[in-house]
Design a protein around this ligand. Structure first.
Ligand code: UD1
Length: 339
């Protein structure tokens, strides 16, 4: 069965392609390589023994997207990762984000609405909850006013899919609300490849560990948390990738379509920035250079998932601990430094 993975050369996309191929799906990737490289195909192939089909294509090019679906009429499911994801940039360039993340979503849904049956998985984010009032966060927690155009594209994306599923009897969809993805494939064939200075905590830590960065700035130690640093739910990327395959299978096996569901994908455990640093120091045996600085604008105090819904309905749960995920991130960083 053929599955389209948009953004399949990216961090979460590439790990999901591996899990799809491991489960016997035929994968075709669309990626514009704006934040990824074709070399990722070699990594996927080294792990699975199969090179997925790949088309370098920008989803904003509507006619080319239509042409793609004409040529690949046997695509039965789409996992849609392709999107811009830098929060700060989205504040500077809101229209770019609405065009990249919303415009392309609309084109894809239009194409899928014309098919007899189609299943759609959307990359959403825990960012839709903002600072939730209660921890852990269930899917019933209210969606709060978005802090950035990026966050808004995730909220609007979910609404657009829900509205479309309501009227498209052939389409069913799931949005996965990721918490904080981290780590790399245990083979070290694929992993995170941030362009420029990493904005996210874990790649910044591992780059500091190998000496690419001088020191980590810890953004604030005056949060109302046990050690004063902000708390997040760090989910191992392979666990997250597997959640996509399970969610896709649920949709493909569903008799009734016109249905839309959302699931949290996290570990259920919150870790503070200092705990993440401790994890790095434990698995690497290195002391990390860091200093405490002011809070980063727009950061929330705490976010960790209640994963009961994904446990019960999808039968999915995370398997890797923070230390195991950190070890994989560290192995990967050391490998790519040597290249
Ligand atoms: C960020 C995005 C979120 C996105 C997620 C994807 C923001 C406001 N939110 O979440 O929308 O879905 O990435 O992974 O950017 N930290 C440091 N020093 C650093 C980097 C981070 O102390 O150099 C701290 C942050 O203050 C935060 C934690 O580490 O408390 C995690 O930060 P990060 O990896 O950027 O993720 P989020 O901010 O949770």
């Amino acid at each position: 069965m053929k599955i389209l993975v948009t953004g399949g050369l990216g961090f979460i996309g590439s790990h999901t392609v591996v899990e799809l191929q491991n489960e016997g799906f035929e994968v075709v990737i669309i990626d514009d390589c704006s934040n990824s490289t074709e070399k990722v195909l070699d990594g996927i192939s080294a792990i699975t023994g199969t090179t997925p089909l790949f088309e370098k294509l920008d989803l904003k090019e509507k006619d080319k997207v239509s042409d793609f679906f004409k040529r690949h009429q046997d695509v039965q499911g789409v996992i849609h990762f392709a999107a811009s994801k830098a929060v700060g940039e989205s504040v500077e360039k809101p229209l770019l984000y609405y065009e990249n993340n919303i415009g392309t979503l609309v084109y894809l849904l239009k194409e899928l609405s014309q098919k007899n049956k189609a299943s759609f998985i959307f990359s959403s984010s825990c960012t839709v909850y903002g600072q939730a009032d209660e921890m852990p966060i269930t899917e019933n927690a209210p969606v709060k006013v978005a802090e950035s155009p990026y966050g808004n594209t995730k909220q609007m994306g979910e609404e657009i899919i829900a509205d479309t599923c309501r009227v498209a009897p052939n389409l069913n969809a799931i949005a996965l609300r990721y918490f904080n993805p981290m780590g790399a494939h245990p083979s070290t064939e694929i992993g995170e490849l941030p362009i420029g200075v990493p904005q996210n905590l874990v790649p910044f830590i591992t780059q500091t560990g190998v000496g690419i960065r001088k020191e980590l700035s810890v953004f604030g130690d005056d949060y109302p948390t046990p050690d004063g640093t902000a708390v997040r739910d760090y989910i191992y990327v392979v666990d997250l990738a597997k959640a996509h395959v399970i969610a896709l299978k649920r949709l493909l096996n569903q008799k009734n379509s016109d249905n839309f569901e959302v699931f949290n994908v996290g570990t259920g455990k919150g870790s503070s920035v200092l705990e993440v640093i401790q994890s790095f120091e434990k698995v690497s045996g290195k002391k990390l250079n860091y200093k405490i600085v002011n809070r980063r604008a727009g950061d929330i105090t705490s976010a960790y998932a209640d994963t009961t819904k994904a446990n019960q309905i999808l039968g999915w749960r995370s398997e890797y601990t923070l230390d195991q995920a950190m070890k994989s991130a560290w192995d990967w960083e050391q490998k790519i430094k040597g290249q």
